[in-house]
Design a binder for this molecule. Structure first.
Ligand SMILES: Cc1cc2nc3c(=O)[nH]c(=O)nc-3n(C[C@H](O)[C@H](O)[C@H](O)COP(=O)(O)OP(=O)(O)OC[C@H]3O[C@@H](n4cnc5c(N)ncnc54)[C@H](O)[C@@H]3O)c2cc1C
Length: 337
C-alpha cells in the first residue's frame, strides 16, 4: 500500500474532510490536496455552519440520504465531545424554527429522531419572536464554525503528511497518469471541470454582527435566520438561483436586517462586523460516484464528491466516508489493496 498515490481536488470543507478520512484509512499513501482557492476564498468559509439538512432527499435514495446524515451527525458529535471541539469550532446549539404559513416547514424527517431534542414549540414559545407565528419546533443540534474548522482540519492533514498544493486543474488530463485515483471535491468548480450542467449556483449572503445576548438560533419564513456562533451572530439570508455574483449587495443586506430585526427587535442594536457572500453548489442528487474516464489514452479513476448545495457542512462527513469506500473499491479492482 505504500506506493499509493491519491489526489484530492478541492480545499473547501468537502475536500479537506475527505483528505482527512482518506489519510485515516490509507496511512502510508501519498495524498495530495490540490486547489486554486483556500480558506476565506471558499464557499465553505461563508456557511453559517448549522447541522440542519433539508427534509428532501439529496442522495440518490432516501436510504443513502439517511446514511450520509447519520454518519455526518456521528462525526460532528464525536468531534464536539472531544478535547478538540473548541479549536475545531464545534458546539451544541438549540433554537426554534417558526412559520406563519405551513406546518411541514417546521418538521424534518431526517433529524427529528437523530438529535437529542426535537419537539413542537409551545404557545408561549410561538410568541418569543415578533410576528404571528403559527407553527414552530424547538430542537438542539450542532454548530460548526467553518472559520475554525477549516483551519483545524487543514492543520490535522498537514500533521499527517498530506501535501497541499495551490493549482488550478483545467482538465482531468492535468492529473491523469500521476495518481491511482483522483477524488473530485471541487464544489461549483465541477460545473466547468466536469461539464456538469446539473450543478448550479444558489447565491447566498450573510452578515456577521455582535449580539452576545442571542443564545438560541431562530429560523423564520422567507429564508430568515439568526444563528449565534462562537465569535458573532450570523444574520441571513437569501438563496438566488443561478446567480453567480460574489459581490456584496446592499439591497440584500438591508432586506436581511429588516427580516431579522422584525423577528427580534433588539438586533437593531447589533453592531455590524462583516458581510460574506458565497455560491452554494446546488445539485440533486449530490454526486458521490465512481467515473472511469479515458484521458490522454489512459484510464483515469475519478471518485466524485460534489454538489452539496446549502448543506455541505451538515453532510460532508457522510459523503466523504462514502467517497473513501468508493476509493477502496477502485483500488481493490486495480489490485492495489
Ligand atoms: C450563505 C451560506 C450559508 C450556508 N450555511 C450553511 C449551513 O448553515 N449549514 C450547511 O450545512 N451548509 C451551509 N452552507 C453550504 C456550504 O457552505 C456548502 O455546501 C459547502 O461549503 C460546499 O463545500 P465544498 O467544499 O463543496 O465547496 P467550496 O467550499 O466552494 O470548495 C471548493 C474547492 O474546490 C476548489 N476548486 C474548484 N474548482 C477547481 C479547479 N478546477 N482546480 C482546482 N481547485 C478547484 C476550490 O478552489 C475550493 O478549494 C451555506 C452556504 C452559504 C453560501
Amino acid at each position: 500500500m505504500s506506493n499509493l498515490n491519491i489526489y484530492v481536488v478541492g480545499a473547501g470543507i468537502v475536500g479537506l474532510t475527505t483528505a482527512l478520512e482518506l489519510k485515516k484509512d490509507f496511512r502510508n499513501a501519498s495524498i495530495i490536496v490540490i486547489a486554486d482557492s483556500f480558506y476565506k476564498d471558499t464557499t465553505s468559509y461563508v456557511a453559517a455552519g448549522i447541522f440542519r439538512p433539508t427534509s428532501g432527499d439529496f442522495g440518490k435514495s432516501e436510504e443513502i440520504t439517511r446514511k450520509w446524515i447519520c454518519d455526518s451527525y456521528s462525526y460532528w458529535e464525536t468531534l464536539r465531545r472531544s478535547r478538540e471541539a473548541d479549536l475545531a469550532g464545534v458546539k451544541e446549539i438549540s433554537g426554534y424554527i417558526f412559520s406563519r404559513r405551513y406546518p411541514h416547514i417546521v418538521r424534518n424527517k431526517y433529524i427529528e429522531k437523530l438529535v437529542p431534542i426535537y419537539r413542537q414549540a409551545s404557545e408561549d414559545e410561538l410568541k418569543l419572536c415578533t410576528g404571528d407565528w403559527k407553527y414552530g419546533s424547538y430542537f438542539s443540534t450542532i454548530l460548526t464554525d467553518p472559520a475554525r474548522y477549516l483551519k483545524w482540519v487543514h492543520q490535522q492533514i498537514e500533521n499527517m503528511d498530506v501535501h497541499i498544493k495551490e493549482k488550478k486543474i483545467d482538465s482531468f488530463s492535468d492529473v491523469s497518469g500521476k495518481c491511482d485515483v483522483v477524488v473530485n471535491c471541487t464544489g461549483l468548480g465541477a460545473k466547468i471541470l466536469c461539464e456538469d450542467s446539473s450543478i448550479v449556483a444558489l447565491r447566498g449572503q450573510v452578515s456577521k454582527v455582535t449580539a452576545p445576548w442571542i443564545k438560541n438560533f431562530f429560523y423564520g419564513d422567507y429564508d430568515t435566520y439568526i444563528i449565534p456562533g462562537f465569535d458573532s451572530v450570523t444574520l441571513g439570508g437569501c438563496r438566488q438561483y443561478e446567480s453567480y455574483d460574489t459581490r456584496f449587495s446592499r439591497y440584500d443586506y438591508l432586506s436581511i436586517r429588516e427580516k431579522c430585526e422584525k423577528m427580534i427587535p433588539s438586533l437593531k442594536q447589533a453592531a455590524l462586523i462583516e458581510h460574506r457572500v458565497g455560491l452554494r453548489p446546488h445539485r440533486i442528487p449530490v454526486r458521490v460516484e465512481i467515473e472511469k474516464k479515458i484521458v490522454n489514452g489512459m484510464k483515469l479513476n475519478i471518485v466524485h464528491n460534489y454538489g452539496h448545495g446549502g448543506y455541505g457542512v451538515t453532510t460532508c462527513p457522510g459523503t466523504s466516508l462514502n467517497a473513501v469506500q468508493l476509493v477502496k473499491q477502485v483500488l481493490l479492482e486495480k489490485n492495489k489493496l
